[in-house]
Write a protein of this length. Structure first.
Length: 249
C-alpha cells in the first residue's frame, strides 16, 4: 500500500533540501508554520510544529491537515524489512542532553508506530500483561540520526552501535544496537494534533534549543543490522529544508 506520492529511494539532508523551497514554512511566535499540500496524506501533512517550555519540561506539538495518528503501517510479518512510520522533532540539542554519547548526530524526538516488533520493553502500552506486543501503538523515542551511506547516497539512519563498542547510552535504552531510547513519554492525539510532553534533567540548557517537524517512514534493514534502521521516505518537513527554525516559547 502506497499512501504517499512524495517518496525517495534514499533520504538525507540533501534530499530533504531538494524536496522543498526555502520559503516552504515561516516562523510565527517560535512555531514553524507549513502550508497544506494536496499530494501528502492529510494525517502526515504538517501545518505547524511548535514547542512550549515550562522549567525543565518541554511539550512538543505537531498540527496536521488531517487526524494525527490515523494512519499506521501494515505489518511486514518479520523484523527484517519492517516499516516504521513516525512524527519527528529534530532538535539542536546535543545527544548528551538525554544520555547518549556526545557529538554523535542529530538528536530527535520521535513518535512511532511499527506492528512487527516492540522496542519499549519496560512498558505495556495496551495493558494486556505482555510488554512485548505493543509496537503498533504510537509511542515515543529519542533517536540520534546521522548520514549513513549504506542506506543510500546522503541518506539518514538511526546511528548504529558497531559490534564490540560500548558508547554511552540512556538508562532506558531498549537493547537494540542503535542510538535509540525508550523514555516512556506518551504521545497524545487530539484530532489534528499530536503532542509529547518531555522532561529533561535540570542541568540541560534549553534556552537556545531549536527544532523542526518531520513526518517520515523508516525501514529495518533486511539483514537486521549494519545499518539497522534507515530513513526511506520523507512525507513532509515543516521548514522545508530541515533548518530547525523553531524556537521555544
Amino acid at each position: 500500500m502506497r499512501l504517499f506520492p512524495l517518496t525517495f529511494a534514499t533520504v538525507g539532508l540533501s534530499a530533504i533540501a531538494a524536496h522543498a523551497d526555502s520559503n516552504h514554512a515561516v516562523q510565527q511566535q517560535g512555531a514553524v508554520i507549513s502550508p497544506p499540500a494536496e499530494t501528502i496524506t492529510a494525517s502526515f501533512d504538517i501545518l505547524a510544529a511548535h514547542a512550549h517550555r515550562n522549567a525543565n519540561q518541554v511539550t512538543f506539538h505537531m498540527t496536521t491537515n488531517g487526524v494525527a495518528g490515523a494512519e499506521q503501517p501494515d505489518p511486514n510479518g518479520a523484523l527484517g524489512g519492517a516499516p516504521v512510520w513516525s512524527y519527528v522533532w529534530p532538535t539542536s540539542l546535543d545527544p548528551s542532553a538525554v544520555g547518549f554519547e556526545e557529538e554523535t548526530g542529530i538528536l530527535a524526538l520521535a513518535a512511532t508506530s511499527h506492528p512487527d516488533f516492540d522496542d519499549t520493553p519496560l512498558l505495556d502500552e495496551n495493558r494486556d500483561g505482555d510488554p512485548a506486543n505493543d509496537g503498533l501503538i504510537w509511542h515515543s523515542h529519542w533517536v540520534v540520526l546521522t548520514p549513513t551511506p549504506d542506506c543510500g547516497d546522503g541518506a539518514l539512519a538511526v546511528r548504529d552501535i558497531p559490534e564490540g563498542t560500548t558508547p554511552k547510552l540512556p538508562a532506558t535504552w531498549p537493547g537494540l544496537p542503535i542510538f535509540l531510547d525508550s523514555p516512556g513519554f506518551t504521545p497524545l492525539f487530539d484530532g489534528p494534533e499530536i503532542s509529547v510532553n518531555v522532561g529533561f534533567a535540570s542541568d540541560v540548557d534549553l534556552a537556545e534549543m531549536s527544532y523542526d517537524g518531520v513526518t517520515a517512514a523508516l525501514r529495518v534493514n533486511a539483514n537486521i543490522h549494519a545499518p539497522l534502521l534507515c530513513v526511506t521516505d520523507v512525507f513532509d518537513v515543516a521548514s522545508g529544508d530541515l533548518s530547525l527554525p523553531g524556537a521555544l516559547n
